[in-house]
Design a protein around this ligand. Structure first.
Ligand code: SF4
Length: 345
């Protein structure tokens, strides 16, 4: 056994279980069980520190369904983009909103509730899909299709939202498009979601850009579902509309993460194959302990969502970094597009 460091605590065996106690110095060995005990202790320390700071600073923690399990566990509220945006918009008591997600979601919170301090624990937590749509591309397409309204998925940066007529999420995209008195709609940035809403609404949907995609959801392949189905023939297949058309074809249910949670709860089925980012499995398993959930592809991890860790969350709350600010001229227009979306629901 190799000594890899020391720590100010001691091991205690009570009722046959080993645990760590603080206050005594011991050597830390490279034994996996010892390392995992140390990690558990560190996590407990961080949890206690975050809870304390949260009270002192009147903060709330919002976490997206794709966040790490420990971030979901410490959050006051977990949800998808529309649920979190609504929560951020209506939050009255808290002075600080710590938004554990990616850039565009924290921006939406800052736009919808400008009187609060909105913090994004990790500056680099950017959604690549949101970066795919530029304001130049929106203006170019608007000039080509002057009569078509522009509907943008909330997975866009604030300056893009400021250029659109109304926003939508994957949970309400079909309802938003149906609410418009137009047969042709400009829609971005996810091409798969654009195709899905075209199928559901029968309208002509022009994707902008032509090729926008989520790198995580593109990883799902129907062949993986076929293999999983051999072991779990009765499993219900739930797929996010950001997945490819081929994946949608093998799905029993297509919907946003919030819709998947409701569907799984209400369903009689006992097994589910899930075609969206793996973070949702933690919530699904917690809410449905009697049911089994399998990811449709083990590698479907959004690295941007996973950048938020407990120590980054703690540092963010402690130092009140990184404050999300949207220039007022952009925020006014983006807020109008987001509020129009809420009027549809
Ligand atoms: S899962 Fe896809 S759409 Fe969501 S934040 Fe990650 S890259 Fe962006």
């Amino acid at each position: 056994m190799q000594i890899i460091g020391s720590v100010n605590c001691e091991f205690v065996v009570r009722n046959g279980r080993t645990s760590l106690e603080r206050g005594k110095s011991i050597y830390l060995h490279s034994c996996p069980s010892i390392v995992s005990l140390i990690q558990a202790q560190t996590m407990m320390d961080l949890t206690a520190k975050i809870q304390k700071l949260k009270k002192e600073k009147k903060a709330i923690i919002l976490a997206h369904n794709y966040q790490r399990a420990e971030i979901q566990d410490i959050a006051d509220y977990i949800g998808d983009s529309i649920e979190l945006s609504r929560k951020a918009m209506t939050e009255k008591d808290a002075e600080i909103i710590v938004f554990c997600a990616v850039d565009f979601m924290a921006e939406s919170a800052a736009i919808l509730n400008p009187s609060k301090k909105v913090l994004l624990p990790t500056l680099g937590a950017r959604c690549p899909m949101a970066q795919m749509l530029t304001t130049d591309e929106i203006r170019r397409q608007k000039a080509l299709h002057p009569k078509a309204p522009v509907v943008l998925y909330v997975n866009t940066l604030a300056q893009s939202k400021a250029e659109c007529d109304v926003c939508c999420t994957s949970a309400n995209a079909v309802e938003v498009i149906n609410s418009l008195d137009a047969k042709t709609v400009l829609f971005g940035p996810d091409r798969n979601l654009a195709e899905y809403v075209a199928e559901k609404t029968g309208k002509t949907i022009i994707p902008l850009p032509e090729w926008g995609f989520c790198p995580t959801h593109l990883l799902f392949q129907p062949e993986d579902v076929t293999v999983l189905k051999q072991d779990h023939p009765n499993a219900v297949v739930m797929v996010h509309p950001e997945c490819s058309g081929e994946m949608r074809k093998v799905a029993d249910f297509i919907g946003s993460t919030s819709k998947m949670c409701r569907y799984a709860k209400d369903s009689e089925a006992k097994e589910f194959i899930v075609g969206t980012e793996e973070g949702i499995l933690h919530r699904l398993r917690k809410e449905n302990p009697d049911k089994k959930f399998f990811t449709a592809y083990e590698g479907a991890v959004c690295p941007n969502m996973k950048l938020t860790t407990m120590d980054r969350l703690y540092a963010s709350l402690k130092e009140e970094k990184h404050l999300v600010k949207v220039p007022e001229n952009v925020a006014v227009k983006a807020r109008a597009a987001l509020e129009r979306m809420f009027q549809v629901n």
